[in-house]
Design a protein around this ligand. Structure first.
Ligand code: AMP
Length: 281
């Protein structure tokens, strides 16, 4: 496994792989790797001859400078976690390789960008769409692996690749959770021990709402109850708990197609997001 920091070096490698007809998989990450990320990498390894993991803390997707500054940067341990998995390249470019001087193009996926997360994190998804489009093009990947943990991001990058005719297949990978149900996230390490004990209440209440809706409960009432209970567990604020179509994230009042409950809430100064599946009745 080599660390590559420049577009040119990466392009030399991928051009050779493509000449040899090798399938290239990419796993975009911002580092601070955990078992959730590694599950994506294992899936990529199982399906692709060549695997590139990208590590880039993308400044353009942070709507808040303090959040960007606080984001964990752990390249050495990320490297150590990836080494046993046998990937080909860790692509960890400096910002100038992604945004060279004069760069002024933004990719915006209308509809997806300003909804849900986008309402609370203005500009976030334009930053995501722009960097992911660039990583798709820079890596020339045939397949790209994204976690359902960030369900809106998964939907957005799938749409973006299709709309821009980028010949990459986006593969959805299930959310990996701690034994108590908390979705693994690089942000979890910023929780105090007391907050860490409260954190699983987010997932627990989403699963409970999904179970009650699947059993015929009123979605609006079940979502309201989840909202109340997440606050009662000790979360400071719930930004949204919503039922959406899994296919295009359009709002749903009844579950007549595969659906998802998506939520964001603040705990101990940390913003956590999660989502769960709701089977169509
Ligand atoms: P991040 O480094 O947080 O931007 O995440 C990089 C990729 O890992 C994204 O596709 C995420 O959806 C995915 N990911 C993050 N956490 C998890 C998790 N707990 N389970 C599965 N995938 C995850």
């Amino acid at each position: 496994m080599s660390i590559v920091r420049s577009r040119r070096a990466l392009a030399r490698l991928t051009a050779r792989w493509k000449r040899e007809g090798e399938v290239i998989g990419v796993v975009p990450t911002m580092g601070a790797l955990h078992a959730g990320h590694l599950s994506l990498v294992r899936r990529a390894k199982a399906q692709c001859r060549r695997v590139i993991v990208t590590l880039f803390v993308n400044p353009r997707q942070f709507d808040n400078a303090a959040d960007l500054a606080a984001y964990p940067r752990t390249e050495r341990s990320d490297w150590a976690m990836l080494k046993p998995l046998g990937i080909d390249v860790l692509y960890a470019p400096p910002a100038a390789e992604i945004y060279p001087s004069g760069h002024c193009t933004t990719v915006s996926v209308a509809g997806f960008s300003r909804d849900l997360e986008g309402r609370f994190r203005p500009g976030h998804f334009d930053g995501v769409a722009t960097v992911v489009a660039k990583l798709f093009l820079q890596t020339g990947a045939d397949r790209a692996y994204f976690g359902e943990k960030d369900f809106q991001q998964l939907a957005l990058v799938t749409r973006m690749a299709a709309d821009l005719d980028i010949p990459v297949r986006v593969i959805a990978c299930p959310t990996i959770r701690e034994p108590d149900g908390l979705a693994m996230s690089s942000r979890n390490r910023r929780l105090s021990p007391a907050a860490r004990d409260i954190a699983p209440a987010l997932a627990a209440n989403l699963f409970e709402a999904a179970r009650r809706i699947e059993a015929g409960g009123s979605p609006a009432a079940c979502l309201r109850q989840a909202h109340r209970r997440i606050l009662a567990a000790g979360f400071a604020k719930v930004e949204y708990v919503e039922l959406r179509s899994a296919a295009d994230l359009s709002p749903l009042v009844r579950v007549d197609r595969p659906a998802r409950i998506l939520a964001a809430a603040w705990l101990d100064g940390v913003r956590l997001i999660d989502n769960v599946k709701v089977a169509a009745r």
